[in-house]
Structures are given as structure tokens and as C-alpha cells.
Design a binder for this molecule. Structure first.
Ligand code: COA
Ligand code: AMP
Length: 628
């Protein structure tokens, strides 16, 4: 038996012992004696009798162990031309001070704090400060528009919002404060206070509710770590579901800390003193787990990079960061590599830098296409590891466990289930399929520590979204197969979720925006393949009877509505006005068929179709063929 197989076996044969052993990597106020409370399925609770503070584990314990001078966080910002390194002691102090700011504003354990910030160290400081005092943070990605932010503010009902005056995109400075003010205006729930980090690129006007970060920090009394139950929520992270209402994924502190600590050494092969560079954003789960919490729990150094893979200013920035900070493991989304490949197809920039420290490239967030895999692999000459997971799971489900054993790669597969994840493929009737056969990818319950215990204030939606389709299994929403050797292949979502440049978005949410236009009778948004972003949305609208509109003008209006209501990240740029949408006889729009045709596949015409003519009329539009 290989090393991986042995570890995996022990995790399924006796999960409770496996995870109690893994829990020894964490510093507990009260060490757990029980691994799992499974008395109320599908609501499982890991380490129900444990108590810890996640911030203590990420910062204070390393300082106490004499590693206060070790590097904790490296802020590297080509868009502002600044770099700053924080040792563990310095980061602990900053976090304790900001925790004092929050307590001074009345934030107590269990209160929510929404964080709407660009990629600045203060975003991580705010997250850790919440963890320190037992407040629950909810980070909202800066690319979301005020309406999306408002929906999250209403759901999380934060006492305080923490923000910055601006973020910096490739071509423009984005003022956050007016967006935040609009969001609060729209929301029913009004936070008591807003803390604003002023940045020199655009300072914000502060009103009565607002508090200047620097002034408040100068006056604050540092706050200490508060012991929390392992099952207490550490954060809420909203993610796109099938409708416009995002799902508030809850993360408990104890299970998450244990799972992340385990994954750092066993998956990413990162240990104390080594450097991990996760090029994502703190607004996504990848940023929560592997920019902030994971590396710090491991006592490693994490790079917080404010910039893009290209254009800030060039396609060599990832390589510069690797050289300057001695990065061992780089983690990003395939789209970032496609962007680099487009700008620098021969990898000229890699030759300008010393990349000898770089041992692994991990990719996730969307399907890794074989061409990008080969290009990255040939260019870097190191293992390029595709791995599959979701906001809900908090850490990888399927990966090549580099820290245990590097298994042979199979193109198109993120390799094998990690310990704790009993991954299976079921057919439509919930029966296991033969190896190599496609079906719904599910995880047999209970899931390991770190996975979501529920949705914020919505146990019912938790059950209906994930637990109802197949009794005893978590529905991942992805389709795919497992081959004879146990390798998992993830083929894509089976619902209305798409991944655009690694950003998870809801086509259902975009449809809600289009449908709200007074001239639109009905609409469909589908995700189609895109050579750079993996997928992009395309919209199709049918006009209300009697409406005479210039199609291009209407399309432009609709594009703007989506930018205004969801955000620029939605990347919905193409909308066609069509006479009708193809439907089944029961009235369901044939989105999957439309997607297949748009992607150039040989899509069979479903037998349940209401009118073949409607689909045939749409075919050239989907294929973008010129019509008469
Ligand atoms: N704040 C405000 N606006 C943002 C934003 C943020 N944090 N992030 C993106 N946007 C805007 C962009 O400026 C762009 O606006 P535009 O339409 O006016 O040009 C729009 O949202 C779309 O952004 P994006 O899809 O990121 O496209 P891009 O052309 O700016 O960059 C890539 C393309 C591939 C370089 C970029 O998506 C990338 O680096 N991806 C890395 C993957 C990643 O971080 N994934 C997260 C999960 S791992
Ligand atoms: P998110 O919740 O934003 O992390 O997005 C999760 C979704 O991204 C998954 O359900 C998949 O559809 C997709 N995804 C993530 N990683 C991979 C991968 N390695 N291969 C294929 N799809 C992936």
C-alpha cells in the first residue's frame, strides 16, 4: 500500500481517531475528547467539546514559541509600488490593536462584521481581529456591486462594516466608500459603524457613522484572544447559488483549523518558515483558506499580492514575487495562467527570474484545461497540481497529496479524494455508477472537519440545496466520474452556477436582473466556453409583445444593469434579442442544450422539446454564424 492509500484508509476506517490525531496540531484551550457529534444528521458538528481561538493559533502561539521574528505576511503590491513584511509579532500586534478598535465600537463575540476591502494587509488584519474576539466576519469580494453587498449586509446583519477608501484595478482606481454608502442605503439593516482605511490613491469623505482606521487604531487598547467553542462560527462567506440570493456558507473554527493545518503540510507541502503565494483574493474561499488562515496556522509566510497576473505591469509579476520572496508553493486559478500564456506564450519572463525555490504549482477554482496544464508544466518543470474544492468544503476534496506522496498525474483529473472525503458518483436515481461512468459527484456524510455545518440562519436551505437530492450524501453540484484507479474527473456544474475567470457566479442571478427590465418578457443566461476566462455568460432575451427596440441599444442597457447590480466581475457582455427560447413541453428552458450548441458540441435535440423550430432558429445565433 502506498503512503497516500494508507493515510486515506485510516481516515475512512476510523475517522474519529484520524481527526482527533490531526487536532493535536492545534493549540486548544480545552482539547476535544469527542471528534464528532453525529446525533442530528445532516447537521454534524466536529470537536463539540473543544475550545480554541483561531487567531491565537494563527499568530500568538507562534510568537509564544519564539518565532515572533519569523515572517508571517508579505504584502506585495505592484499597483501601488509598495511592499511590506510583517513578522508574526508585528502582525499579532496589529491584529490585537484592531481587535481593540472593534471591541471599542461595541463588537462582541457572535456579532457579525462585514469586511469589504481590496487586497491590502488590513483585510487580513480585520479578519484575524474578528477571530480574536469571537466576532464572525463576512468578507465580501470588492468586485461586487452595491446591491450584492446590500443583500449580504441584510443577511449577516453586521454591527460594523470595515472597508477602505479605494481598490486599484488595472486601468482605474475604484472608490469603495461611495459603493458601500449606496449598499447601506439600499439595505434594510443598518450597521452601527463603518471603519474606513484611508488610502492615498483616493481618500474617502467620512460621515457621522464612519471611523477612520488609523485614528481609531492609535487610540485603541489591544484586545486579547477569547476562547471559543470549536463549533462556533468563525466566518460566513457568501457564495453564488442558483438564484440571486447568495448562500451564506458558515465555517466553524475548530474543524476548519484542524483541516487547514492538516492540508498545509499534507497537500501543499508547506511547513513553518516556508513561503506560500496564493494569487487570489480574500473575498473568495481560496483567499480565506490559503492566503490568510492556512499559511498562518502552519507558521509559514503568506504573500498577499495586490495586482493581476498580467497588466500590473507585465506578465512577469508572479515570477518576480516567487524570486523575491522565495516562494515554494504557488496557488492560483488556471485563468491566471491562460492570461500569462496569452501575453508571454514563450515564457520569456520566467527566464528573467530565479525560480529555483518554486516546487509546486497548485491550480483550482475551475476546470484545468489540458493545454494550460501542459504549457505550465513544460514551462516550469515542476508538478502542476489540479485540485478540486468549493466554498462549501473550505479545503480541497480531491487533490494530488504532494506532502504525503506525489501520485502519477492523469491529464484532466485533479487526482484522488483526500482523507475524510468519501467521494462517489451517483446516477439520477441515487445508485452508484460503474467506474468511468458520468453522474452526480457526491460526498458520503459526514464530511470531514472544515466543511460547512450549515448556511447562515437557513438550516432549511442547507438541507434543500445539498442534502435532499440523495439521502446521506452531500450534493456537490458538479458532475463527473471516477475511473478504475479511483481518479476523479470533474466535468462541470450541473446547476446554474458558472465559473468566470475563477469567480463563481450565478446565471440565475443574472437572469433575475435581465428579467427586471420592463421590455423583457423572458430570458436565459448560459455559461459558454471562453479561451481566457474558462467560461463567460451569454444572455438571450425575448421582448414583450409590441415592444419595438433597437436591439444593440437594449443589449447595452442590460449589460449595464448587470454591471450595476451584480458587478463588473459578472463579465456579461453579450446579449442577443431572440424571437423565442427553446423549452420542454413542461416549459423548462433548454439551457444545457443551448450551452452545448454554443460550445460547438454535437448536441442532441431532446425528445421533450416543445418546438424544434425554435431551437433551429436559435442555432446560428448560439453558434455566432452569420445569418442573411
Ligand atoms: N474590485 C473591483 N472590480 C473588480 C475586482 C475587484 N476586486 N476584480 C475584478 N474587477 C473588475 C475588473 O476590473 C473587470 O472590469 P472591466 O469589465 O471594467 O474591465 C471585471 O471586474 C472583470 O474582471 P476579471 O474577470 O477578473 O477580468 P480581468 O480582465 O480584469 O482579468 C484575469 C482577467 C484572468 C487576469 C483575472 O481574472 C485574474 O487574475 N484571475 C485570477 C483568478 C482568481 O483570482 N480567481 C479567484 C479564485 S482562485
Ligand atoms: P468556489 O466555490 O468559488 O470555489 O467554486 C467551486 C466550483 O468551482 C466547483 O463546484 C467547481 O465547479 C469549480 N471548480 C473548482 N475547482 C475545480 C477543479 N479543479 N476542476 C474543475 N472544477 C473546479
Amino acid at each position: 500500500m502506498g503512503a497516500y492509500e494508507e493515510v486515506y484508509r485510516s481516515s475512512v476506517d476510523d475517522p474519529e481517531s484520524f481527526w482527533l490525531r490531526a487536532a493535536e496540531a492545534i493549540d486548544w484551550h480545552v482539547a476535544p475528547r469527542t471528534a464528532l457529534d453525529d446525533s442530528n444528521p445532516p447537521f454534524y458538528r466536529w470537536f463539540p467539546d473543544g475550545e480554541l481561538n483561531v487567531c491565537h493559533n494563527a499568530l500568538d502561539r507562534h510568537v509564544a514559541a519564539g518565532r515572533g521574528d519569523a515572517t508571517a505576511l508579505i504584502y506585495d503590491s505592484p499597483v501601488t509600488g509598495s511592499k511590506r513584511t510583517y513578522t508574526y509579532a508585528q502582525l499579532r500586534d496589529e491584529v490585537a490593536t484592531f481587535a481593540g478598535v472593534l471591541t471599542g465600537l461595541g463588537v462582541q463575540r457572535g456579532d457579525r462584521v462585514v469586511i469589504y476591502m481590496p487586497m491590502v494587509p488590513e483585510a487580513a488584519v480585520a479578519m484575524l481581529a474578528c477571530a480574536r474576539i469571537g466576532a464572525i466576519h463576512s468578507v465580501v469580494f470588492g468586485g461586487f456591486a452595491p446591491k450584492e453587498l446590500a443583500v449580504r449586509i441584510d443577511d449577516a446583519a453586521p454591527k460594523v462594516v470595515v472597508s477602505a477608501s479605494c481598490g486599484i484595478e488595472v486601468t482605474r482606481v475604484i472608490e469603495y466608500k461611495p459603493l458601500l454608502d449606496q449598499a447601506i442605503e439600499m439595505a434594510q439593516h443598518k450597521p452601527e459603524r463603518v471603519v474606513v482605511l484611508q488610502r492615498p490613491q483616493a481618500t474617502a469623505q467620512l460621515g457621522e457613522r464612519d471611523v477612520d482606521w488609523a485614528t481609531a487604531a492609535a487610540e485603541a487598547t489591544p484586545a486579547d484572544c477569547v476562547p471559543m467553542k470549536a463549533t462556533d462560527p468563525l466566518y460566513i462567506l457568501y457564495t453564488s447559488g442558483t438564484t440571486g440570493k447568495p448562500k451564506g456558507v458558515v465555517r466553524d473554527g475548530g474543524g476548519y483549523a484542524v483541516a487547514l493545518a492538516w492540508s498545509m503540510s499534507n497537500v501543499y507541502d508547506i511547513r513553518a518558515g516556508e513561503t506560500m503565494f496564493t494569487a487570489s483574493d480574500v473575498g473568495w474561499v481560496v483567499g480565506h483558506s490559503y492566503i490568510v488562515y492556512g499559511p498562518l496556522l502552519a507558521g509559514a509566510a503568506t504573500v498577499l499580492y495586490e495586482g493581476k497576473p498580467v497588466g500590473t505591469p507585465d506578465a512577469g509579476q508572479f515570477w518576480r514575487v516567487v524570486q523575491e520572496h522565495g516562494v515554494k508553493t504557488l496557488f492560483t486559478a488556471p485563468t491566471a495562467f491562460r492570461a500569462i500564456k496569452k501575453e508571454d506564450p514563450d515564457g520569456e519572463y520566467t527566464r528573467k527570474y530565479d525560480l529555483s525555490s518554486l516546487k509546486y504549482l497548485f491550480l483550482a477554482g475551475e476546470r484545468l484545461d489540458p493545454e494550460t496544464y501542459r504549457w505550465a508544466s513544460d514551462l516550469l518543470g515542476i508538478p502542476v497540481i489540479d485540485h478540486w474544492w468549493q466554498t462549501e468544503t473550505g479545503w480541497p476534496i480531491v487533490a494530488n497529496p504532494a506532502g504525503i506522496e506525489l501520485l502519477p498525474l492523469k491529464a484532466g483529473s485533479p487526482t484522488v479524494p483526500l482523507p475524510g472525503w468519501d467521494v462517489q458518483v451517483l446516477d439520477i436515481n441515487g445508485r452508484p455508477v460503474e467506474p468511468g461512468t458520468d453522474g452526480a459527484i457526491v460526498v458520503k456524510l459526514p464530511m470531514p472537519p472544515g466543511a460547512l455545518p450549515t448556511l447562515w440562519n437557513d438550516d432549511e436551505r442547507f438541507v434543500s440545496s445539498y442534502m435532499k437530492a440523495f439521502q446521506g450524501y452531500y450534493l456537490t453540484g458538479d458532475g463527473g466520474r471516477i475511473d478504475e484507479d479511483g481518479y476523479v474527473y470533474v466535468m462541470g456544474r450541473t446547476d446554474d452556477v458558472i465559473n468566470v475567470a475563477g469567480h463563481r457566479l450565478s446565471t440565475g442571478g443574472m437572469e433575475e436582473v435581465l428579467a427586471s427590465h420592463p421590455d423583457v418578457a423572458e430570458c436565459a443566461v448560459i455559461g459558454v466556453s471562453d479561451p481566457l476566462k474558462g467560461q463567460i455568460p451569454r444572455g438571450f432575451v425575448v421582448l414583450k409583445a409590441g415592444v419595438q427596440r433597437d436591439h444593440a441599444e437594449l443589449a447595452a442597457e442590460l449589460v449595464q444593469m448587470v454591471r450595476d447590480q451584480i458587478g463588473a466581475v459578472a463579465s456579461l457582455k453579450e446579449i442577443d434579442v431572440v424571437p423565442a427560447l427553446p423549452k420542454t413541453r413542461s416549459g423548462k428552458i433548454l439551457r444545457k442544450t443551448m450551452r452545448g450548441i454554443a460550445d460547438g458540441l454535437d448536441e442532441p435535440v431532446p425528445s421533450t422539446i416543445e418546438s424544434v423550430e425554435v431551437l433551429e432558429a436559435l442555432r446560428p445565433i448560439l453558434r455566432k454564424e452569420k445569418t442573411g
